[in-house]
Design a protein around this ligand. Structure first.
Ligand SMILES: Cc1cc2nc3c(=O)[nH]c(=O)nc-3n(C[C@H](O)[C@H](O)[C@H](O)COP(=O)(O)O)c2cc1C
Length: 310
């Protein structure tokens, strides 16, 4: 069995999820190749030799990022190919539910056999910064959800349901401004020269080569920005002004130290039945993950034990 995971990532959360998923598949004897989408290179992939295709993306404005959608639309998927979607985002509100809708349109057009979709939770790279303990708990949940994904996909257990009308509506409305948001917003981008240390990380890392130095050595911007946040998120001196996102206070600066977070010991649950406000939506998400995980793995274990006793 061979699987190809195709994903787009801005600030590397989706890369992180994809790498973990690769390990999970390998643990059950399924070989995995990773393909990270380069928005500047929409090549046609060769799917021969793969039994399974996974499509991964971070949710942007309740939809798939345009760069991801464009890449997927350019592919000629083999008819009947077995495919699943794994998306991730900072919150699990139902407004995100239908984010894959245009991706699914394309897959259905190509008559791909797509019956599974999974929503992982990862820390925000926009809006506000997440606490390490919260992320640690998210990772624990993601680990369970990955086990569920691998089991269901490998055993042909579908989990894709029809999206409700209102998340479809949200995706239809918000996705369009998302497609052009970065191009428009980039007219407002600035770099604070008093903070900039000329490391040029932003220039080197921008996935669309949208940042360059002019003849006077000043950082300048073209207008083909994906709003992936890689430049401002990883800027070592927080020197970026990112237009209306800065105005709204939606800039997050400084990467998360996932390796350190993976080692954190949680003394008590972070999300509980009493969690209110923004993170309230996590209660339902975590309950569903735990429930499915227990159904698949814990009940079977119990049945095995009681069978052995008899
Ligand atoms: C432009 C933009 C829009 C976003 N919109 C949403 C959203 O609608 N819902 C959500 O839960 N998270 C949203 N996020 C957060 C990302 O989905 C989340 O941080 C994700 O893990 C980033 O993955 P990446 O590092 O692979 O790019 C958005 C992030 C960006 C940059």
């Amino acid at each position: 069995m061979k699987c190809l995971l195709i994903y787009f990532t801005g600030t590397f959360n989706t890369r992180y999820v994809s790498q973990l998923l690769k390990k999970k598949f390998e643990n059950v004897g399924c070989g995995v190749d990773l393909y990270e989408i380069n928005p500047l290179q929409t090549e046609q992939l060769d799917f021969s030799g793969y039994d399974l295709i996974g499509l991964g993306y971070p949710i942007y404005g309740f939809a798939a990022p345009y760069a991801f959608l464009k890449f997927v639309r350019a592919q000629h998927f083999p008819k009947g190919a077995k495919c699943f979607i794994y998306k991730n985002s900072g919150e699990t509100k139902h407004a995100n539910d239908a984010s894959s809708i245009y991706v699914l349109h394309k897959l259905h057009r190509d008559r791909v056999d797509v019956r599974n979709e999974y929503h992982f939770v990862m820390p925000y790279n926009i809006h506000f910064r997440f606490e390490d303990e919260l992320i640690r708990e998210m990772f624990m949940m993601n680990d369970k959800l990955m086990d569920v994904l691998v089991y269901e996909v490998m055993n042909n257990i579908p989990n894709l349901r029809r999206y409700k009308l209102w998340p479809r509506f949200v995706t239809a409305v918000v996705s369009k401004p998302q497609y052009i948001g970065g191009d428009v917003n980039s007219f407002l981008y600035k770099v604070d020269e008093s903070k900039c240390v000329n490391c040029d990380l932003c220039v080197k890392r921008c996935p669309t080569q949208n940042i360059y130095r002019d003849e006077n050595g000043k950082l300048k911007f073209h207008h083909h920005c994906l709003m992936c946040m890689r430049c401002s998120f990883y800027c070592p001196t927080d020197a970026f002004y990112i237009g209306f996102l800065d105005q709204w206070g939606w800039k997050v600066n400084g990467g998360y130290d996932f390796q350190k977070i993976e080692r954190l010991e949680l003394e008590h649950p972070v999300i509980t039945d009493k969690t209110e406000g923004f993170f309230h939506c996590y209660i339902e998400t975590y309950k569903k993950i735990n429930q499915r995980y227990n159904e698949l793995f814990c009940k079977k274990e119990e049945e095995k034990k009681t069978g052995e006793k008899r």
